[in-house]
Design a protein around this ligand. Structure first.
Ligand code: WT7
Length: 565
């Protein structure tokens, strides 16, 4: 390490000369990597899965290592192809077709990946639903996109507010390791799978056919259904090659949940495009289990988040000394700022750098990153991926010079970019109010060498342990509680989680603040919305700061949370 700089690793790497490639690269040159370049037949499920069997001779190679307590399984590409064909045929049997939205509400399990691929194969659209979502969050998402089917588990299904989801016709219940009975009104996933043929089920689509509606929280209003299309694969593939530097012998582990975009794009689609085995670990995070998993499967490329690294760091040297992590070639990080201490820990204890990757649900692929061939500046998210123009613009969309903090903007038009917001042209247009820029909602600056430095969200969206929480959704839930007259929510800085959800509460007459009420309100949000969205801190205030229009003033609330009240 040289001051604040970590030198580039010696090559060869898939990307060896960043500056030169950056100057000349065009995404169109990636298209020849796909079968459809010759055949004209397009489906991301073919490129990620079936092609490994039909063209690459990898039918017997392990595609998925699954581990969750006593349940330990392995699946080859050949097996997954057949199983996902089966599920695609099940969906066809029930009349689910191209363009239909299908919710995916399952804990991490092989059935989730099989179902996911099955849905893509018939050209239907997956709606990922994080396992922690409760009734209200599910109603908003499945209701907004009028999903016709959902794949779920015995213990999650009871949260589905079926009476509020008139479009939802089929509930496929996977009787997985958690046990439970399937009631007569639902469809038994396993029974149908057993009966279904594993004949080819692929439906060919266009590059612009939607494949995913990914709900992402904004600052105000309900979560937005970010639409991604099959063409996104162009961006997935080339970032897998150049950012993740994927090599034929790699074993890849992305710890993000497939309820979020990272757990989908890099959790399985991208590594499978390279014919690589992925590791999926079910259950909750435990630092020790994670180290054991890295060792057991000989993980070579690990994609995770600063909160996880910090939890492993807090396990101390004893934890690391127990495990052999020498197969790791490098680590990648996403979702929240990668602080210099974490990078220094990795260099000192593991002897390898962590490559930060900045992107978001809306971008569909890694956008600003560090690369093996470039020196890393500590605290910087790196440089734009080839083919991506990034800039810092002011609140009128004018480009700012180096070292000035402003809105992080990206020139619209990359292959994995969102194509719309479900049901709202208006919300989609908000991202593009300053042509030619896509406005990310993050603030950042760029230094003279072209490195970007992330500063925070500008719009009040909260990032707690890498999970995106919309303050409006939490406030709305809190206001439903009889004790709450008004509520304002903001992210408060936190050493472990980056930010925690902090709620300012105006009490209704007749209510007094006490620790029980704090616990009750926390549980109220947890049970109604999702555990990760529940405030960890409350403060009673006489009033919530408002804008001229009468909405919660996000800037003022953020100021409060930063201690400026
Ligand atoms: C927000 C997007 C797809 C990425 C996972 C989260 C924050 C993302 C970084 C990073 C600091 C980051 C931003 C962004 N974020 N990557 N490397 N360093 N912050 O996707 O849920 O759509 O959240 O996560 O604030 O806007 P998401």
């Amino acid at each position: 390490m040289d001051g604040n700089l970590i030198q580039a690793l010696p090559g060869p790497h898939n990307l060896d000369n960043y500056e030169k490639v950056y100057k000349n690269f065009d995404f169109a040159s990636v298209e020849k990597e796909f079968s459809w370049f010759e055949t004209g037949r397009i489906n991301i499920a073919y490129e990620a899965l079936d092609r490994n069997v039909t063209e690459k001779g990898l039918a017997d190679k392990t595609a998925l290592y699954y581990t969750n307590g006593p349940r330990v399984e392995e699946y080859t590409f050949g097996q997954l192809k057949k199983l996902s064909d089966k599920f695609a045929n099940v969906l066809k049997k029930f009349g689910v077709k191209k363009g239909d939205r299908v919710g995916m509400f399952l804990p991490r399990s092989p059935e989730l990946y099989i179902s996911f691929l099955g849905i893509l194969k018939i050209g239907a659209i997956v709606v990922p639903l994080f396992e922690a979502f409760m009734e209200e969050a599910l109603k908003d998402r499945l209701g907004d996109c009028e999903a016709v089917a959902v794949v779920t588990s015995p213990d999650l299904k009871s949260r589905l507010p079926l009476q509020h989801l008139p479009a939802l016709k089929h509930v496929f219940v996977v009787d997985n390791e958690r046990g439970g009975n399937v009631s007569a009104t639902e469809i038994d996933w396993h029974q149908e799978m057993q009966a279904a043929p594993d004949t080819e089920a692929m439906v060919w689509v266009d590059r612009e056919t939607p494949m995913l509606v990914m709900y992402a929280s904004g600052a105000d209003g309900k979560a937005k259904g970010v639409i991604h299309v099959h063409n996104g694969m162009v961006g997935h593939y080339i970032t897998g090659k150049w950012v993740h530097d994927l090599q034929p012998d790699d074993v890849y582990w992305c710890t993000a949940d497939p309820g979020w975009i990272t757990g989908i794009v890099y959790g399985f689609l991208t590594p499978w495009m390279f014919g690589l085995p992925i590791v999926i670990k079910g259950g909750r995070f435990k630092a020790e289990d994670w180290c054991e998993t890295l060792e057991k499967y000989g993980v070579t490329v690990w994609y995770s988040a600063p909160t996880a690294f910090r939890m492993i760091i807090s396990g101390g040297d004893e934890l690391l000394e127990k495990y052999d992590l020498s197969k790791l070639r490098h680590i990648l990080s996403v979702g929240e700022p990668l602080t210099p201490e974490v990078m220094e820990w990795s260099m000192a204890k593991l002897g390898i750098p962590i490559y930060d990757t900045w992107w978001m649900s809306e971008t569909g692929m890694n956008m600003i990153c560090n690369y093996r061939c470039l020196p890393i500046k500590l605290g910087s998210i790196g440089k734009p991926f080839p083919g991506i123009t990034a800039a810092i613009v002011d609140d009128d969309g004018n480009e700012l010079p180096p070292n000035k903090i402003g809105n992080l903007a990206l020139k619209a038009g990359w292959p994995s970019m969102l194509r719309g917001i479900w049901g709202s042209e208006e919300k989609y247009k908000e991202y593009f109010k300053f042509q030619p820029w896509f406005i990310s909602g993050d603030s950042a600056y760029r230094d003279e060498d072209g490195y970007f430095f992330f500063q925070g969200r500008v719009d009040g969206v909260i990032n707690t342990a890498g999970e995106r929480v919309g303050p409006w959704e939490v406030e709305n839930k809190l206001r439903e509680h009889p004790a709450v007259k008004d509520a304002g929510v903001a992210g408060k800085p936190d050493a472990l989680r980056g930010e925690i959800v902090k709620a300012y509460i105006v009490l209704n007459e007749g209510y007094e603040w006490n620790p029980d009420l704090s616990e009750e309100l926390r549980n109220y949000v947890k049970k109604g919305l999702a555990a990760h969205a529940a405030p960890r801190e409350f403060e009673v205030v006489p009033g919530i700061p408002k804008t001229k229009e009468g909405a919660n003033d996000r800037k003022a609330l953020k100021g409060w949370a930063l201690g400026l009240k």
